[in-house]
Design a protein around this ligand. Structure first.
Ligand code: GAR
Length: 212
């Protein structure tokens, strides 16, 4: 459960990005930083996948990267303990999950309360989990979208920071819908991170207030 009364810090922040794949959300956050829209720097790009294209992009952008091989650990918690150490070493203020497809343990989530954000390609709390664009189509819902939320041990159920809505059309496929949602992801994720480091994000219980 989130504690009452969290207020995000107004400061030049340090971010760790966690990713497992292509890294387009990571790029939009990094681009927004480069353009001076977010008052932060990326101190680490971490992955559980050695071949994640996003890791290569981070290297090309001269950012520090780290891969830890989950197969070398006896449990998920042991793995997350090592990541925790690496993140704490770098004095990170915010962890941005950007297509990080490994569920974080309660150990990890409890260590970084109010300090982990995630982007999810659906309107939570509808359609948590995986393949959610297909699930939205299969259900026949008329609208879907994207959600930026704080991460708690309860997967995809943390306090919601920003959502964007997209319509679903009759001729949509999983690909066309994913593309429409991704465009919105690229708007709302950098926006949520910007607001966080401007000290404008307040959490009370399950509710997030943006204090502009
Ligand atoms: C994004 O669509 C993101 O919302 C989704 O993975 C994709 C990563 O794309 N995340 C989840 O489904 C998390 N449950 P990217 O690597 O290009 O940012």
């Amino acid at each position: 459960m989130m504690e009452e009364g969290f207020q995000s810090p107004k400061k030049r922040g340090k971010i760790a990005v966690f990713l497992s794949g292509r890294g387009s959300n990571f790029m939009t956050i990094h681009d927004a930083i480069q353009e001076g829209k977010i008052n932060a720097e990326i101190s680490l790009v971490f992955s559980n996948k050695e071949e994640a294209p996003g890791l290569n992009i981070a290297r090309e952008r001269n950012l520090e990267t780290l891969f830890l091989n989950p197969k070398l650990y006896s449990s998920r918690e042991e793995y997350d303990k090592d990541i925790t150490r690496e993140v704490k070493k770098r004095d990170v203020d915010l962890i941005c999950l950007a297509g990080y497809m490994k569920i974080l343990t309660p150990y990890f989530c409890d260590n970084f309360k109010h300090c982990i954000m995630n982007i999810h390609p659906a309107l939570l709390p509808s359609f948590p989990g995986l393949h959610v664009q297909k699930k939205a189509l299969d259900w026949g819902v008329k609208y879907s979208g994207a959600t930026v939320h704080f991460v708690t041990a309860d997967v995809d159920m943390g306090p919601i920071i920003i959502q964007a809505v997209v319509p679903i059309f009759q001729d949509d496929t999983e690909d066309t819908l994913s593309e429409r949602i991704l465009k919105e992801e690229h708007k709302i994720y950098p926006e949520a991170v910007r607001l966080f480091f401007e000290g404008k994000v307040e959490v009370r219980g399950k509710r997030v207030y943006i204090r502009e």
